[in-house]
Design a protein around this ligand. Structure first.
Ligand code: MG
Ligand code: ZN
Length: 219
């Protein structure tokens, strides 16, 4: 019983900090996305492809959440955008307070799009609001179609689903129709993109949507 109480207090504190992040992001007129997935779904490769395509059109900054290393932050930094690394030292999710401390190192007036790569985990990141405008869940075709049914909270709270690694479909026993059906069963409002961050398939559609969302927000 006490465990439940402590957990609720942690979440209440996080929600207050997330609300303050959300106000800060609105004040700076930036779009913040919380990008979540299992380990290895391709979040960092998707970020690289997205930044490569959009960096001359919008001002992008990245917050990288990782359990132990700054390998992903180094990969993203090669594209010449500001990156702040959060190392959670074993922690399995980002929290709003960590994101607040990270963005404190950025000039938010010079940012239109803030991409927050969460720790690879589909469970508790669903419960920790970071103050983002939307959660984007990345699911690789190799993970199996039943992920949305197994981790419904994450798919319910996400606004966008990116089905990544579609280039591998010929080699595996998975089909995108089933993934879409299960995902929409959990969340009928999910916007779905199919991408291969390595071949570039679907990246233009995803980036066009990002640009139109940014334009709508600034109108
Ligand atoms: Mg990564
Ligand atoms: Zn966690």
């Amino acid at each position: 019983m006490s465990i439940v109480t402590i957990e609720r207090k942690v979440l209440e504190k996080n929600d207050a900090l997330a609300a303050s992040n959300r106000q800060m992001f609105a004040r700076h007129r930036l779009l913040a996305l919380n990008i979540v997935s299992s380990p290895g779904a391709g979040k960092t490769t998707l970020l690289e492809a997205t930044i490569d395509r959009l960096k001359h059109h919008v001002r992008i900054a990245v917050v990288e959440g990782d359990v132990q290393t700054d390998i992903d932050a180094q990969r993203v930094a090669r594209y010449g955008v500001p990156v702040v690394q959060i190392v959670t030292n074993g922690g399995c999710h980002l929290e709003a307070g960590l994101v607040a401390a990270a963005v404190d190192r950025l000039d938010l007036d010079a940012v239109d799009l803030l991409l927050i790569e969460n720790v690879g985990n589909l469970v508790c990141p669903a419960n920790f609001d970071l103050g983002e405008a939307m959660k984007v869940v990345v699911l690789s075709t190799t993970e199996g179609a039943d992920k949305p049914l197994k981790y419904p909270a994450m798919f319910r709270r996400a606004s966008v689903l990116i089905i990544n690694k579609v280039d591998l479909l010929p080699y595996i026993d998975a089909d995108v129709g089933t993934i879409r059906r299960y995902a929409r069963q959990i969340n009928p409002k999910l916007l779905v993109f199919e991408t291969s961050a390595t071949t570039g398939a679907g990246i233009p559609e995803w980036c066009d949507w990002l640009l139109s969302t940014l334009t709508a927000g600034h109108a």
